[in-house]
Design a protein around this ligand. Structure first.
Ligand SMILES: [Zn+2]
Length: 242
C-alpha cells in the first residue's frame, strides 16, 4: 500500500512536472508513510467490512454504498450509476492536471462464502457468495493511498485530481469496456489499477493471459443449394457458435 501511495505521489509530481528537491521529496515520502501507518486500523476495518458483504457482480450494493460513503466523508465528490451501471461510481477529489485514476475490483464469487482466517472450507453461509480473491481489499487500500496523498497534496498545495472507481462484475468481464465507452477515462493521464490475487505477485502491461472474453457468436448465411450443385451439403443453412 505504501508503494502504491508513493507511486501515486511520484506520478502526480512527474506529470505535473513539479520541481521538487530530493530533500523535499524524501520528506514528503516519509510523511506519506506516516499517514499510511496511522490508517492501519481504518484499513483493516474497511477490508473486513467489504469482506462481510460478499456480493456477486452487478449486485455490489452494500459494497458500493459503504465505499462511496467513506469517500464522501473524506471530501470526495461521488457520481453514482456511471456508464449506466447501477453499482458503478466515480469518486473525484482535487482539481486540474494531472488526473490520476485508481481502480480495483469489488465483486465476489458464487459459493465462496468463507469464515475469515480459517484455513479450511468453512462457509459463513452455506452456498452463499464470498471472496475467492482479494476483491474485498483492493478499493479499501486504494482509499488509504488516496487519502494519504490527498493530505500531502493539500499541505504542499500540489495541483492534481485523484479519481477512484470500482471494477464492477469483474468475474463476468462485465464493465471496464463500458467505462471506456462512456468516456470515464477521457481526461485521465494515468490509471493505476490494482488486482489483489492469492499469490501476492505483481505485474503490469499487456499479457497474453489478462484478456477476458465472455462469448462470441458467428453467424453464417448462405444461399440454399441443391446437392447436385454442392455434393455432400446438408439442409442446414445457418450455423452458429457461441
Ligand atoms: Zn479478481
Amino acid at each position: 500500500m505504501k508503494k502504491f501511495a508513493l507511486a501515486l505521489l511520484a506520478t502526480a509530481a512527474a506529470l505535473a512536472q513539479t520541481q521538487v528537491s530530493a530533500e523535499k521529496e524524501a520528506s514528503m515520502k516519509a510523511d506519506l508513510k506516516g499517514q499510511i501507518d496511522g490508517m492501519k486500523k481504518q484499513a483493516q476495518v474497511m477490508v473486513d467490512s467489504v469482506f462481510s458483504f460478499g456480493e456477486l457482480g452487478f449486485q455490489e450494493l452494500e459494497t458500493s454504498k459503504y465505499l462511496t460513503g467513506m469517500l464522501e466523508g473524506a471530501g470526495f465528490k461521488v457520481e453514482r450509476g456511471v456508464a449506466g451501471i447501477p453499482t458503478a461510481w466515480m469518486a473525484s477529489w482535487g482539481e486540474g492536471k494531472p488526473v490520476i485514476s485508481l481502480g480495483s475490483d469489488i465483486d465476489d464469487i458464487p459459493q465462496a462464502s468463507q469464515k475469515p482466517a480459517v484455513a479450511w472450507h468453512e462457509p459463513l453461509i452455506e452456498g452463499a457468495p464470498g471472496n475467492g480473491e482479494g476483491h474485498n481489499s483492493g478499493v479499501p487500500l486504494n482509499i488509504v493511498a488516496a487519502l494519504a496523498v490527498k493530505k500531502v497534496m493539500e499541505r504542499e498545495h500540489l495541483k492534481g485530481t485523484i479519481r477512484l472507481w470500482p471494477g464492477v462484475a469483474e468475474e463476468l468481464v462485465g464493465t471496464k469496456a463500458y467505462y471506456v465507452r462512456a468516456g470515464l477515462f477521457k481526461d485521465v493521464d494515468v490509471v493505476l489499477f490494482c488486482h489483489v490475487a492469492s499469490n501476492l505477485t505483481v505485474s503490469y502491461g499487456p499479457s497474453v493471459n489478462q484478456n477476458g472474453l465472455v462469448s462470441v457468436e458467428y453467424m453464417f448465411k448462405e444461399r440454399a443449394r441443391t446437392r447436385r450443385e454442392r455434393p455432400g451439403a446438408g439442409a442446414v443453412r445457418w450455423t452458429r457458435w457461441s
